[in-house]
Design a protein around this ligand. Sequence first.
Ligand code: SAM
Length: 225
Amino acid sequence: MLHICLVESGLELVPKEISKHPLIRRYAKKRGKKPSKVLLDISFHYHAMKNLKDFNKRGRPDIVHFCLLEALGSPLNKMALLRIYVHTYDGKVVFIDPSTRIPKNYIRFVGLMEQLLDKGKVPPNSSSPLLWIREMSVKDLIGHVKPGTVILLDEKGKKMSVHELAKKFPIGDNPLILIGGFQRGNISQEIREQADYIVSIFKETLETWIVISRILCAYEHIYTA
Ligand SMILES: C[S@@+](CC[C@H](N)C(=O)[O-])C[C@H]1O[C@@H](n2cnc3c(N)ncnc32)[C@H](O)[C@@H]1O
């Protein structure tokens, strides 16, 4: 099984520090929700969030949306060879049943994530939910998954093509690949310390969804032929 975790992803409800900001209150009112129950989104909340710590890493649920569509619809997932997790900036891990169909429409995706972050699982009353949350660090997740190897992807890592990477870390060894689920900035030292290898797949910085699609393709090429 290949395990992929988006780390420090910009997926969180509006934090307390800015829930009283007029822009957030207006936005929440328009959506008929409490300010603390709407998803932080830099496209709508830039002026309210620009003084938040690490604001460049936050408020990007669209990155998670793209990546989940890419991963859950992939041949690797359809062949039951993939598990994808979302670790959030504020220290939670979203677990995802591989059969989950993520809404393709972004507005519906936002509603789903708001329900998940508010209630802790989706559907909220199910004993076998499709999505559920645990307060967990990446280190805790590693303890839970028990991967053979932890590979962190970073533009400043050791250069390796995606094909070399997929060969070097075979799917049978349960590799866990960590990819930053944010727009700008670096993966924190605490997470870097968990990696056995730090690998760069290209000489420039790539968007998270491009990285995930190349990794999936490389593993599919070798292990689903
Ligand atoms: C958009 S990048 C993060 C921001 C980037 N560090 C910056 O400051 O512009 C998202 C993630 O994709 C992965 N990534 C981006 N480019 C990469 C590359 N060339 N090789 C390996 N991983 C890469 C890393 O995991 C990174 O954290």
